[in-house]
Design a protein around this ligand. Structure first.
Ligand code: FDA
Length: 452
């Protein structure tokens, strides 16, 4: 069954798809705008999230993992430091402000930042539908042939076979990244992606099943965290990291390089020619991709060395190596690992293989369906997105799609991260308001829409 809310009063100014930190920050910006606005200038917004409740990378909420961004780059501070949605306000409310200050760090626990996000999301519960996966986005034309709205169809909470359709003048797509796996990989009880690490480890530990050996593929932050966490969680188990690099390499968080995440750097990147954009990404890739926090590198090395001294080595490396084959044998895996310098192959019998092989942007074309055909594209077929994060369309489209996250090609390295989330949400709000002012005439005369 599909219900359509199409009476003009029910037309939203914006529907957000996904309710991770990006759209949560936008929801706060809209809430703060609405609080000081006249009824006519309020933004009517709703956000749809497929998870049953707020959750930010829950599978990687490792107890001692810390944020890789300053707490001042929270959901609001860089846009509005006087907001009561700041991380500091959250701390004050939890009675931990003084204790946090005494810890003298800019980098809270990941678990604590998750708690902060949950706290902010709970205050905006009236704007969010959980358990509401968005299945499609359809352009809707006015009688004059102008694409003035989008119909957003999502599952009905608690009845996944039923759907409901909402109509909006704009949508904000912030559906995040999805786990990336090497081609041909099938996840199973014994083959995991690190995104499900914490619950899987808890399940396995509770089952009491003996675990002799675990392989972890990948040399990035998630790989190093998985190795460390598994090593602590299973004190009798051999943990073997496999990667093509020679060794883990540190994330560059030095002050000058870190400026690549400044709001101004987005302007510079946005204005640059394609070859300059590429060189900026290449020069500064090590701020984010396939790198590990130095503290964790040093701690893993100290553990390896200590085990060598004690004569019981269970944290092992297969560096300069690649996994060539994985065969399930009874209750184990036979994993063929090739040492790249010689081509020599060994079969390692393992209980588990954890892929810490990164994340990729989700397929926006599949989500946007016919709407994606209206988007203008560059010569690499990537969607053109304006500085205000609004997709560029053919002239007959006056409805808007804002994209957050999948814009590394236009807005640079910070796109998938938290660094400019607060500022970006302010830019999107300003753009929504500017377009609405331009559309004011159309709003007073809202003809019956027909499907495009
Ligand atoms: P995010 O992925 O968080 O949220 C997208 C939401 O959309 C999800 O809740 C998803 O369920 C929902 N969704 C997807 N499809 C949907 C659909 N069809 N319908 C409805 N909902 C849908 N960055 C940083 O700057 N500092 C850091 O410390 C970290 N730490 C970190 C740790 C780990 C383990 C990971 C994997 C990543 C980071 N990151 C990070 C990067 C990370 O991308 C960033 O922190 C935010 O998650 C980006 O927020 P978004 O809201 O854009 O995506």
């Amino acid at each position: 069954m599909n219900a359509l809310h199409d009476e003009p009063d029910a037309i939203h100014d914006v529907i957000g798809i996904g309710f991770g930190p990006s759209n949560l920050a936008l929801a706060i910006a809209i809430e703060e705008h609405n609080a000081g606005a006249t009824p006519e200038s309020r933004i009517r917004a709703e956000f749809l999230e497929r998870q049953p409740s707020f959750g930010w990378h829950r599978g990687m909420l490792i107890d001692d993992a810390t944020m890789q961004v300053s707490f001042l780059k929270d959901l609001v501070t860089m846009r509005n430091p006087t907001s009561d949605f700041t991380f500091l306000c959250f701390l004050r409310e939890r009675g931990r402000l003084v204790d946090f200050l005494n810890a003298k760090t800019l980098f809270p626990l990941r678990i604590e930042f998750h708690e902060y996000f949950e706290w902010a999301a709970a205050r905006l519960a009236h704007l969010v539908g959980y358990d509401s996966e968005v299945l499609s986005v359809e352009p809707v034309r006015s009688d004059e042939g102008e694409v003035r709205w989008f119909d957003v169809t999502s599952r009905v909470p608690g009845s996944p076979e039923r759907t409901v359709t909402r109509r909006a003048r704009n949508i904000s797509v912030a559906v995040g990244l999805e786990p990336h796996l090497p081609p041909g990989t099938t996840l199973s009880e014994r083959v995991w992606h690190n995104s499900e690490l914490v619950p899987r480890v808890a399940e396995l530990a509770a089952s009491g099943t003996p675990v002799d050996r675990i392989l972890v593929l990948g040399a990035g932050q998630s790989g190093a965290e998985a190795v460390d966490y598994l090593h602590r969680s299973f004190p009798d188990t051999e943990i073997c990291a496999v990667f093509a690099k020679y060794g883990y390499t540190p994330a560059d968080d030095s002050p000058f390089a870190n400026r690549i995440f400044d709001p101004e750097a987005v302007d510079v990147y946005f204005r640059s020619a394609p070859e300059v954009k590429q060189s900026l990404v290449d020069y500064h890739r090590s701020t984010n991709y396939s790198v590990v926090d130095m503290d964790l590198i040093e701690s893993l090395y100290a553990t390896m060395y200590r085990e060598k001294v004690l004569g019981r080595e269970r944290l092992l490396l297969r560096n300069v190596s690649r996994i060539r084959d994985v065969q399930a044998r009874d209750d184990r895996l036979d994993v063929t690992v090739e040492y790249l310098p010689t081509g020599e192959r060994e079969i390692i019998s393992s209980d588990l293989l954890v892929h810490a092989t990164g994340y990729r942007p989700r397929d926006l074309d599949a989500l946007l369906g016919r709407a994606s055909k209206l988007c203008l594209r560059d010569d690499k077929d990537a969607v053109l997105v304006g500085r205000d994060h609004r997709v560029e369309f053919t002239p007959e489209v006056t409805a808007g799609i804002y994209v957050q996250g999948a814009t590394e090609h236009t807005h640079g390295l910070t796109s998938t991260l938290l660094s400019t989330t607060a500022v970006r949400s302010g830019e999107i709000l300003d753009s929504l308001l500017a377009h609405r002012a331009g559309d004011a005439a159309a709003r007073t005369d809202c003809p019956t829409p027909t499907a495009a």
